[in-house]
Design a protein around this ligand. Structure first.
Ligand code: AMP
Length: 417
């Protein structure tokens, strides 16, 4: 049996980097007042169709959708924002506090063509803020991403920032875009020809080469902003600059989801070939209302966890190997029993202790102790046991001392804690 195409196992050898990122992210987010939220991976299909948009690539081509036994249409979540909004509305989370900030880590599912940095089950770290219209929160989120990546030791990333405007400025931009597309219609792919009527903004996000060429020189949202959006974006840029966050305004950045308004951004890397986006985010001031909640400004981002770890691997960012205080090396049946009880007791006392029940030789167990990086080894041999003694060996200095069994646990606790 093998994993399904585009799905993969994250093996224990890879986990230290994942845990490092998780720890750093939750510490940083919580210090900025974000709380963790956990939500289902399965939702009603309508949630994603309505929020992400019927004419987006995700909804048109990439969702894992099926009918359950009762005929309900369900989808494995392709992203987290829609589900977090659903939860925010369902539990009236706005009623307890006008400002809610969440973060979430978990798997997402998109049936894309698998390649390096692109999987069908992948992981995201999300952060979302509800109830704040101010441009400073946009900056804070971009700052958070920048800070997290800095703390993780990442280099070579660039932040691309744009403003997509609001329903006020959209019609003006849409008209300019349609005028521009006028004679270029024929060059567009079939999908985009359909999108002209349904959702012309999505054409800007098309990955088909001929469409990309046809769009060279197309009008940009940022040049068609209303004055409120213009002011908002100016604050985002100025406040990022003041915090020393490096970014550049990328007029071509539109992001692949319909719900975005105003600020949108992506953090890109050159390390992963075609899959350059490590994180992306944006404001979605209309979405909560569209999904049946009260009008609520909102904004968030998603980090591609798999890609982030791949960049860290490329940069050879090392994480401390797993830590152990003591390895008990039992020789013979009587020693095995002692090793079991001592290991339980020492762990209870907070000494990270491991042992080996396979009944192997001293040589084999020493080899394993070295491989596991044990700083101390407790050698429990038959002769020593007969004398009520065990040997504690410091693996670094190779120094060995005898310890009395009657006072072993308090003695080891004192020495190793
Ligand atoms: P999006 O939800 O499309 O804005 O994506 C946010 C981030 O998730 C991207 O910047 C990627 O780093 C990551 N991502 C999106 N799709 C995939 C995928 N199929 N495989 C791995 N990472 C992905």
């Amino acid at each position: 049996m093998q994993t399904i195409r585009g799905f993969r196992d994250i093996l224990p050898e890879q986990i230290p980097l994942w845990q490092r990122v998780e720890k750093e992210a939750s510490y940083l987010f919580e210090s900025f007042g974000y709380s963790e939220i956990r939500i289902p991976v399965l939702e009603k299909t309508a949630l994603f169709a309505r929020s992400i948009g019927e004419t987006t690539d995700i909804v048109e081509k990439e969702m894992y959708t099926f009918e359950d036994r009762k005929g309900d249409k369900l989808t494995l979540r392709p992203e987290a924002t829609a589900s977090i909004c659903r939860s925010y509305i369902q539990h009236k989370l706005y009623a307890t506090d006008p400002v809610r900030k969440f973060y979430l880590t978990g798997p997402m599912f998109r049936r894309e063509r698998p390649q390096k940095g692109r999987y069908r089950q992948f992981y995201q770290i999300d952060a979302e803020v509800f109830g704040v219209e101010s441009a400073y929160i946009d900056s804070e989120l971009i700052f958070l991403l920048n800070e997290l990546f800095k703390r993780l030791g990442l280099t070579g990333l660039s932040a691309h920032v744009n403003s997509l405007g609001c329903p006020e400025c959209r019609p003006g931009f849409q008209k300019a875009l349609l005028d521009f597309l006028g004679e270029r219609k024929e060059a567009l792919c079939e999908n985009c020809q359909r999108r002209i009527k349904k959702n012309p903004l999505r054409i800007l996000d098309c990955k088909v080469e001929t469409c990309k060429q046809a769009l060279e020189g197309a009008p940009a949202t940022v040049d068609h902003l209303c004055s409120a959006c213009d002011d908002h974006f100016a604050i985002v840029c100025a406040s990022l600059e003041k915090q020393g966050v490096k970014f550049h305004v990328d007029k071509t950045l539109v992001r692949g989801l319909d719900y975005y308004t105003r600020t949108a951004w992506e953090i890109q890397t050159t390390a992963l070939g075609a899959q350059s986006a490590v994180a992306g985010g944006g404001r979605y001031d209309r979405l909560v209302e569209e999904l049946g909640g009260p009008p609520t400004p909102a904004i968030g981002f998603a980090i591609g966890f798999d890609r982030l770890v791949e960049v860290m691997e490329q940069l050879e960012i090392q994480v401390q190997p797993r830590e152990m205080d003591l390895y008990i090396l039992p020789l013979g049946d009587a020693a095995l029993e002692k090793a079991y009880h001592w290991s339980c007791e020492l762990n209870r006392q907070g000494i990270r202790t491991e042992t080996d029940f396979r009944g192997k030789s001293m040589k084999a167990l020493m080899k394993r102790a070295n491989k596991l990086n044990a700083p101390f080894v407790l050698i429990v041999g038959e002769n020593e046991l007969a004398e009520n003694q065990v040997i504690l060996r410091n693996m670094e200095t190779k120094e060995q001392i005898s310890l009395d069994i009657d006072t072993l646990i308090p003695e080891l606790t004192k020495r190793l804690k």
